[in-house]
Design a protein around this ligand. Structure first.
Ligand code: AKG
Length: 257
């Protein structure tokens, strides 16, 4: 990332990077997520949560090299560091598709229901577009500048489900990636078209907080053994603090993600 891109991400709380996923990788990510959805059937997303109106998959680091490539992507790690500082780890890699004709509108929220604290920002998310995000197919909405408000929408708004006067949507093409300080109030919107709006969410958290999905427990031993040092670090597999956090707390706390 350029210094200017990092500055924009830090100030605006979001940035859309264009054309990050090349056509071959995009086809592979679509193919793999489709196959996993089919194989897991009603259990899909069960390692974390299911959501009415959307397809979800969780624990994707354990489910293919193509996903491990995503969570250790150099641009993504630079972006996470620009928001969270050097001491961060993966919280989860999930798939979410807003389904046609379903009520998959989400309330505005901050990930994990967290606001900035005395140590700074704690949550960073990235939305990898597997389809174009258009005004009609359920793009993510967000409210600019709220990442510095020190409040969650649930604390401030009468109805976090309602349209917000300042909200904008993330529009882009398949292959683009939204980088987001996820204290920024945001949420999925309803898909009014005939085809799913697919995405992957690479979610990172500051090292002093629990992972949403404790990777050491969820990843099969054979996956863990084959990981390179960078991935072991990103997943916090050798960090005793992470083991303590997973024993005492849960990254599921708070709202949605
Ligand atoms: O898929 C989206 O548009 C956003 C999803 C989201 O914010 C969530 O699931 O917490």
């Amino acid at each position: 990332m350029t210094l200017e891109e990092k500055r924009l991400l830090q100030e605006q709380g979001y940035l859309i990077m264009r054309g990050v996923i090349d056509p071959e990788w995009l086809a592979e990510l679509r193919r793999e997520t489709e196959a996993i959805l089919k194989a897991e059937g009603d259990n899909a997303g069960g390692e974390f949560r299911k959501e009415e109106g959307s397809d979800r998959l969780a624990n994707l680091v354990d489910k293919g090299e193509t996903f491990r490539r995503l969570v250790s992507h150099p641009m993504l790690l630079e972006a996470a560091e620009a928001v969270l500082g050097p001491d961060f780890k993966l919280s989860s890699l999930n798939y979410r598709a807003a389904l046609p004709g379903e009520k998959s509108h989400q309330p505005l929220h901050c990930d994990m229901g967290l606001v900035e604290d005395e140590r700074g920002f704690a949550v960073f998310n990235s939305i990898w577009m597997l389809d174009d995000f258009t005004p009609l197919n359920g793009p993510t909405r967000f409210v600019p500048n709220t990442h510095r408000s020190g409040k969650t929408p649930q604390q401030v708004l009468n109805d976090p489900n309602a349209p917000h006067p300042d909200e904008q949507v993330t529009l882009g093409q398949a292959g683009d990636v939204v980088l987001m300080n996820s204290h920024l109030w945001h949420g999925g919107t309803q898909n009014h078209t005939a085809t799913p709006r697919r995405s992957l969410h690479g979610f990172y958290v500051r090292a002093d907080l629990p992972q949403q999905q404790y990777q050491k427990r969820l990843l099969r031993p054979e996956t863990q053994t084959a990981l390179n040092p960078l991935l072991r670090k990103v997943l916090a597999l050798d960090d005793p603090r992470n083991d303590e956090l997973s024993a005492t707390g849960s990254g599921k706390s708070g709202f949605l993600k």
